[in-house]
Design a protein around this ligand. Structure first.
Ligand code: ADP
Ligand code: MG
Length: 625
């Protein structure tokens, strides 16, 4: 007997369903897209519990004739694509004819639909993909799809669903993304009978953004509009003073479809280079219009990934559009908002700490008052303080000795000598005591970041932040007990998106074990009451935002890596920072950790020190060739 079976269409549908229907939120997305494709002007979405119990999407679109309703749930049934040639020119959201087959294979569906202009409509009941009942009915024009008991016949999938609250917030997020892409459609979302949002459908992106993202976000947005031949981008991007700790408010649309795109994300962020503090992210809602042939959406069944045929052109268009928006803001002389402090207002346990830190960050790096815009490459502000690399950027391991050291790069002698006197006295004491270490001398600290250490015939340059970060990270990681928390004198309110709330709930236990105390407060808000004791309270908000961004970006697929990522953030925030004046004793502690070999790389793998031998220096000065 042959071993190969051909799967029945029913089993094949159930397998395929896994690709399209992962959770209730995917059903919301597919049904809303069908409504948009049907030319709806108003769409109402309702979810009960987490959406798996019941969800309903009603539209006033063109509806279906009875004969079409009968086949709509078959696999590869679509009215949007006829033949191969059509694949090039797809303007609709759907075209695979897969969604309804997939959804109905794993749920109970009730459809009521009436084609525009028809006398009467059709009512259908399906269970696990089989039509149970179909009859003529009286109903308004348009379509109502109700999906109940999702995954009732696939227990394995059901088991993977998260709490109702988490699934519901994923549904809200999915609906929001769809709605934000269609300002011309009025979308109402009800969750357990309560209205979550309502967009007016007046065709204005601004009112849609306002309705969905709220006033606080909307008020900081600058309009974006630029076209290049058959490509066009419009929408909004945030003013540099309104940077966020994560990318949760970046939305990209291509021909009305929500997409994820590293290309667009980086085009936008490049435009903010030098105006937004490292580690802060812009918010944006950008609508890209391209000819249908210039984009291939056929990459993934869920279609959130696309391929552009001319990536460079798309990148340039978005980059210049955002840059122009930022430049416009500057030129229009809009009252320059007081740059917010780089961190939330300090409610510090050590109140008098490092006033120079705030000064250097806000004046130098936070906002460019007078940057100039040139087409490409990314603009550089002339006299600005160098923007420090974030912990995760690639880093040059070895100094490039072939290039002559230019005048401007040479550290000022006064800076090198800044801490020299004090350090020398203490060092002599320390190096005698600590015999395990090679003899060394701290020459000083340069550029408020690099510790210069002379060891034998070698000059060691240590990145004090990276090295200290590693020391803290190692200590925290070793600690098995609960990490000590410090209660904030003034708690911090966090307003989170649905997706962020979900992440917070999923990782609540871990966060509390690591010293973060976060409580739900009302519908959307959370209160941060305590942070790990190592951190300063002024860093509390930024730390939580950064952690959520990491968890969101899928950097932490399992509990262990989530734990590590959170500790990275804590260590980074707790470490002495570039730009701070650091006590000589602290510099010495860091230098010794590096000299002892205990600390080699920062938690992200960057080296913490660079060596310059006498030979290399002599070569630089042409003493030897
Ligand atoms: P696709 O959207 O890829 O064509 P679907 O399985 O989502 O595939 O839908 C199958 C067909 O059912 C669609 O092509 C369309 O003709 C019809 N249909 C689905 N939803 C609606 C709706 N809300 N209004 C009108 N027609 C619909
Ligand atoms: Mg569809």
């Amino acid at each position: 007997m042959s071993e190969i079976n051909i799967l029945s269409p029913h089993v094949a549908d159930m397998i395929a369903a896994g690709e399209v229907v992962e959770r209730p939120a995917s059903v919301v997305k597919e049904l809303m897209e069908n409504s948009f494709d049907a030319g709806a002007r108003a769409v109402t979405v309702e979810i009960r519990d987490g959406g798996a119990t019941a969800l309903r999407v009603a539209d006033d679109g063109k509806g279906m004739a009875p004969e079409d309703a009968g086949v709509a749930f078959l696999r590869h049934a679509t009215s949007k694509l006829r033949d191969e040639a059509g694949l090039e020119a797809i303007g609709t959201m759907g075209f695979r004819g897969e969604a309804l087959a997939a959804i109905s294979a794993v749920s109970e569906v009730e459809l009521t639909t009436r084609r525009r202009g028809d006398e009467s409509g059709t009512h259908m009941l399906l269970s696990a993909g089989d039509i149970q009942d179909m009859r003529e009915t009286g109903c308004p024009e348009g379509t109502v799809m109700q999906v109940r008991s999702l995954f009732f016949n696939t227990p394995a999938r059901l088991k993977f669903l998260k709490s109702d609250r988490a699934e519901a917030s994923a549904c809200v997020q999915a609906a929001l993304r769809c709605a934000l892409g269609r300002p011309e459609v009025s979308v109402r979302l009800l969750r357990d009978g309560k209205e979550e949002f309502f967009t007016p459908g007046d065709g204005k992106a601004a009112s849609c953004v306002y309705a969905l993202l709220g006033r606080d976000t909307a008020k900081d947005l600058l309009p974006v509009a630029l076209s290049d031949g058959d490509m066009e981008v419009s929408g909004f991007t945030s003013s540099p003073s309104a940077g966020r700790g994560n990318r949760a408010l970046q939305f990209f649309y291509c021909n009305g479809r929500y997409i994820r795109s590293a290309l667009l994300q980086s085009a936008v962020e490049q435009a903010y280079k030098n105006t937004l503090l490292t580690g802060r992210f812009p918010a944006c809602v950008l609508y890209l219009r391209l000819s249908n042939a210039a984009v291939d959406v056929n990459v993934h069944p869920a279609k959130t990934e696309v391929k552009f045929s001319q990536e460079k052109r798309v990148f340039d268009l978005v980059y210049h559009a955002v840059l122009a928006a930022l430049e416009n803001e500057n030129r229009s002389g809009a009252p320059a908002k007081a740059p917010e402090p780089a961190r939330a207002p300090a409610v510090s346990a050590r109140p008098a700490a490092r006033p120079d830190f705030y000064r250097s960050m806000s004046a130098g790096e936070f906002r460019a008052q007078n940057y100039t815009v040139r087409p490409a490459p990314a603009p550089q502000r002339p006299e600005a303080a160098p923007v420090l690399k974030s912990c995760e950027q690639p880093y040059q391991t070895r100094l490039d000795l072939s290039a002559p050291v230019s005048r401007q790069e040479k550290p000022k002698k006064s800076e090198i000598l800044q801490n020299y006197e004090g350090a020398r006295v203490e060092n002599s004491v320390q190096s005698v005591e600590n015999t395990a270490l090679p003899a060394y001398r701290i020459v000083g600290e340069a550029l408020k970041l690099y510790i210069l250490v002379e060891v034998g015939d070698t000059l060691l340059l240590i990145d004090k932040h990276a090295a200290h970060e590693r020391m803290i990270f190692d200590r925290l990681k070793k600690q098995e007990r609960q990490i000590m928390a410090q209660t904030l004198l003034e708690s911090v309110t966090l307003r989170l998106s649905g997706e962020e709330r979900e992440l917070l709930e999923q990782n609540g236990e871990l966060l509390s074990e690591l010293g973060f105390e976060i409580e739900a407060y009302g519908e959307d808000d959370y209160i941060l009451r305590a942070v790990p004791a190592d951190m300063e309270s002024g860093d509390a908000r930024a730390a939580v935002e950064e952690i959520l961004e990491k968890l969101r970006g899928g950097k932490a697929p399992d509990a262990q890596s989530a734990r590590d990522e959170i500790l990275h953030t804590v260590a980074c925030k707790a470490a002495i920072k570039a730009g701070w004046n650091t006590e000589p004793a602290e510099l010495r502690r860091v230098a010794e950790a590096v000299l002892s070999g205990a600390v080699k790389y920062c938690p992200h793998g960057r080296p913490v020190s660079v060596e310059l031998t006498r030979r290399e220096l002599d070569k630089l000065f042409k003493r030897i060739v």
